[in-house]
Write a protein that binds this ligand. Structure first.
Ligand code: FES
Ligand SMILES: [Fe+2]
Length: 379
């Protein structure tokens, strides 16, 4: 983010605050309940969005060394991501080519050869078949080149490893990642490392969990005992970055910027900046760290969440561990409030009381997000 944009975004919110106004659309919008409850709708989203777009499988720091690997589930596809001797990252479906066992069971580690736990076929970390026990009598004439691990489209950019969990996908990665480049470089994403991670399953549709992050209407209510008092009441703005969204969530200090020399304005010091990447990852930029919230949808009503605290790698020292652990705990406590509310929303949707969710004029980011989803599934 360049300095000019930083000032503009802050000035917009400062002005709205001074006028006691909000960042608003012209009209209210409605979102049908079936969008959050229908398995048919979910399966369309899975095919047209989650399996057709890059998911962030890892931060580059998780695969720092040649030989390092990790496993992750992306919308039901078991994925093995590995860095080879040349430093290149490959992504494979984590399934043995012999009779289909899960090839790698560990979450992460470092090795150059993966041997299947069932009959011992083995592959190197570029996906080439290395060994078949008793090959000559058992598999005469087998063409080993046909039995490489099945590759998934992958790129490493901006300090992140992006994988499309579909063997047949043809994806223009740059088209989807380029709009984030300026902001993610400014944020220093490629120089970060993970200080703490938690995982949980939320009984809520993945879109409810995104929607809960891109409006500040609920801050003073849901988060009254945690972060709410530190933020301006019901004030936020957003811009699209390609299919992704950058939301600015101003803290109370933005209301006082009129008394501060513009040269001293800092968006990091006075707001939280939330990047909601279509489809699955949110990055919440705070003063000295980033909360990375990744959603792996399991069904219309259930979403696996992984929440990591990313910090500057050179600040991940033993004496700072407690500071980062405390920040991670604050993030988790706040998000738990969101998860609790959204689980109740999901079960409330099933009652039939509402046929649609109603988005107020200052909740227009939610409508814009749903437009993006609907465009992608061809509605
Ligand atoms: S299933 Fe993997 S070696 Fe047989
Ligand atoms: Fe929230």
């Amino acid at each position: 983010m360049d300095r000019q944009l930083e000032i503009e975004l802050l000035d917009e919110l400062r002005g709205l605050s001074a006028e006691r106004s909000f960042f608003m659309d012209k009209e209210i919008h409605r979102s049908p309940v079936e969008c959050y409850t229908s398995e048919d709708r979910f399966s369309k989203e899975k095919q047209a969005i989650f399996k057709a777009m890059p998911n962030i499988a890892a931060h580059s720091s998780q695969l720092a060394e040649p030989g390092s690997y990790l496993t992750v589930s992306l919308v039901g596809t078991p994925v093995l991501v590995a860095r080879n001797k040349a430093g290149e990252v490959n992504a494979f479906v984590n399934v043995c080519r012999h009779r289909g066992a899960r090839l790698v069971g560990e979450e992460a580690g470092c090795k150059h050869v993966f041997a299947c736990p069932y009959h011992g076929w083995s592959w190197d970390n570029s996906g080439s078949l290395r060994g078949i026990p008793h090959q000559d009598p058992g598999f005469p004439g087998i063409d080993r080149a046909q039995y490489g691990l099945k590759r998934l489209p992958v790129v490493e950019r901006l300090g992140l490893i992006w994988v499309v969990p579909d063997l047949d996908a043809e994806v223009d990665f740059d088209h989807l990642i380029d709009p984030l480049e300026a902001d993610f470089k400014w944020m220093g994403m490629d120089g970060m490392a993970i200080a703490a991670t938690d995982e949980l399953t939320s009984k809520a549709n993945w879109k409810l969990l995104v929607e809960g992050g891109i409006e500040a209407y609920h801050f003073r209510v849901t988060h009254k005992n945690t972060i709410g008092p530190h933020f301006m009441d019901n004030l936020s703005s957003y811009r699209m970055l390609g299919p992704h969204m950058r939301s600015i969530l101003p803290r109370v200090a933005v209301g006082e910027l009129g008394d501060v020399d513009q040269a001293d304005w800092s968006i990091r010091d006075t707001t939280n900046v939330l990047y909601s990447l279509m489809p699955t990852d949110q990055f919440l930029l705070m003063q000295d760290h980033v909360a990375w919230i990744r959603a792996d949808p399991l069904s219309a009503g259930e979403t696996r969440m992984r929440i990591s605290t990313l910090v500057p790698a050179d600040d991940l020292t033993p004496d700072r561990q407690e500071h980062w652990a405390r920040n991670h705990a604050i993030t988790m406590a706040t998000l738990q409030e969101d998860f609790d509310v959204n689980e109740a929303v999901q079960s409330g949707l099933e009652t039939g009381v509402n046929t649609e969710l109603t988005f107020g004029r200052f909740e227009s980011a939610l409508h814009r997000f749903n437009v993006e989803v609907e465009d992608r599934i061809g509605l």
